[in-house]
Design a protein around this ligand. Structure first.
Ligand SMILES: [Ca+2]
Ligand SMILES: [Ca+2]
Length: 132
């Protein structure tokens, strides 16, 4: 692995969903995960994501690196408009270890009769050391 590390969403372990043209569609509550072996340092984790809105609300995404740090986002980028945006969390790793990285979708909504289907789409995750 060489940093910055680019992890394609479609290569991550998924609990639910399916591939899309540029990544993975987490179509129900669930997550993508990848285990990283990390040296100590300050890290920036950037997720490139988009939402299928439902009831006017975008997908809510939680990005987490083990117990080292997490952040929650409303993914306002609208997939129907082909918008993709970067969502970034900064974490500090204090010791060499293996850490699970997860991208979780927590507010799925599906009412096909009303044409409402909220999804979280993820293109990739980029992990960079910011202090090197
Ligand atoms: Ca859905
Ligand atoms: Ca991708």
């Amino acid at each position: 692995m060489v940093f910055p590390l680019v992890i394609e969403a479609e290569q991550m372990t998924a609990t639910v969903g399916g591939p899309t043209a540029s990544g993975w569609n987490i179509h129900s509550d669930g997550c993508l995960s990848e285990t990283l072996t990390l040296c100590p340092g300050a890290l920036q984790i950037t997720v490139v994501a988009s939402s299928d809105y439902a009831l006017g609300e975008p997908a809510r995404m939680v990005v987490r690196l083990a117990d080292e740090g997490q952040a929650e986002f409303d993914v306002s980028a609208n997939h129907k408009e082909e918008e993709w945006e970067e969502y970034t969390v900064n974490v500090l790793v204090s010791e060499l270890d293996r850490y699970p990285l997860t991208v979780e979708f927590i507010n799925a909504y599906y009412a096909p009769g009303d044409g409402e289907d909220r999804n979280l789409l993820v293109d990739k995750v980029v992990v960079t050391y910011t202090d090197q």
